[in-house]
Design a protein around this ligand. Structure first.
Ligand code: SF4
Length: 393
């Protein structure tokens, strides 16, 4: 397995002064999507809208801007397509004439886009500090160590790794190399069905909640079939017997945003809004998903709201930018955030208008900035895992 980190290759570093001049200072070293500072971040200088438009116009077909659903409105308005990370990576691959793919999302998404696009296409992440706390919870070294633990317990041969899209290129490569597949929140059940045809146990990375929810809620397993592997404890904090008895070995990772919702959030909103439908993402905790009325991916959430009758009431447990956008798109329905304490993904929100303008203007001047490039070996194994997902029945 490669242990090389897929680090971005920088042709030009964003100078703090350049970002300051664009209206916002940034510290590229500070990252982690764990804060919940209140309302959505304030919008950037509206003058920047004109600059972004001009730079994008100058680049024409050479640039293709991807906008993840959790991005701010000020950024989404410049996206050529919007969607979840996998859809966006596929959209980029379908536009080979675009030399530059500007990914308004987080680091692992830009890596996936680089893996799925041609070598001639260059993927740019406007702010390199836009990481994902969940993806950071599983490093290549930790996962290699876990595999050694499974081998020592005599079960590695029976285990098939299944990794969520929200993982680094290194983890996707590990998965490909060990006969496993990638999954999204839409196809996790199909991926697990496939994996249990290949082996007797699954190592699910890095989101414990998606793994547990899919196994228990969608596949009828019991909670006792699942064990939690803690990479910070010797042998994952598990005995050999626990590992041998488990069907699902869940990595101890979670989303800092979806992990905030609790059973209290659900009970509280039902009390405040009689007749409300609770709709949550499967990255939420098991007790939240169990108490909800509907569970599904971001695309599912959007489609469910589109199909909902006028006058219906909805409490949604996912990222705040998406909830706001969905609420604005359906003024005939009552749409609220599931929790009273608002929370957005702070690393996603690092991509703001100043960073987007800086990236677009640099590209328009012929300077390639913040390129995300996955090394060849990592890319080939990660692609293998992604191709297995594409071939799922
Ligand atoms: S919402 Fe959660 S999983 Fe998505 S980028 Fe933010 S921290 Fe990562």
């Amino acid at each position: 397995m490669t242990t090389a980190q897929a680090r971005p290759e920088l042709d030009v570093q964003p100078s703090p002064l350049a970002l300051l001049l664009l209206g916002r200072e940034a510290d590229p070293r500070s990252e982690r999507g764990v804060e919940c500072p209140g309302d959505l971040p304030s919008p950037s200088d509206p003058d920047l809208v004109e600059r972004a438009r001009a730079a994008k116009e100058k680049l024409g077909d050479k640039v293709f801007v991807l906008g993840h659903h959790y991005q701010r409105d000020e950024v989404i308005q410049f996206a050529d397509v919007t969607g979840d990370s996998f859809k966006l990576a596929k959209d980029a691959a379908a536009r080979p004439e675009a030399e530059y793919i500007v990914f308004c999302g987080v680091h692992f998404m830009a890596e996936s886009a680089d893996i799925l696009t041609s070598d001639d296409q260059k993927v740019v992440l406007p702010d390199l500090a836009a990481g994902c706390s969940m993806a950071d919870m599983a490093t290549a070294e930790q996962v290699a160590e876990c595999w050694d633990v499974l081998a020592e317990a005599g079960i590695a041969e029976q285990v098939v790794p299944v990794s969520y899209m929200n993982s680094s290129a290194d983890i996707k490569a590990f998965t490909g190399k060990h006969g496993g597949t990638i999954c999204t929140s839409s196809n996790a059940k199909r991926a697990l069905d496939w994996a249990f045809e290949q082996g007797e146990k699954v190592l699910f990375l890095p989101d414990q909640h998606l793994g547990r929810n899919t196994a228990v809620r969608d596949m009828g397993m019991s909670l006792d079939d699942c064990v939690l592997y803690n990479p910070h404890k010797p042998n994952g904090g598990l005995t050999v017997e626990q590992l041998r008895n488990a069907k699902m070995i869940l990595w101890r990772g979670h989303c800092s945003v979806h992990g905030r919702f609790s059973l209290d959030s659900v009970n509280d909103v039902r009390e405040r809004i009689p007749g409300v439908n609770v709709l949550v993402h499967p990255e939420c905790k098991h007790e939240v998903v169990t108490a909800a009325d509907y569970v599904g991916s971001t695309e599912y959430i959007i489609k469910t709201l589109e199909a909902a009758p006028a006058g219906s009431k909805w409490a949604i447990g996912t990222e705040l930018n998406l909830v706001r956008r969905v609420a604005n798109a359906h003024p005939d329905k009552e749409v609220v955030f599931l929790d009273k304490t608002v929370c957005f993904c702070s690393t996603m929100n690092r991509i703001d208008l100043p960073h987007l303008v800086w990236a677009l203007e640099s590209l328009a001047e012929g300077k390639l900035v913040n390129r995300i490039q996955v090394d060849t070996e990592t890319e080939s194994f990660a692609k293998l895992a992604l191709e297995r997902m594409l071939a799922l029945p």
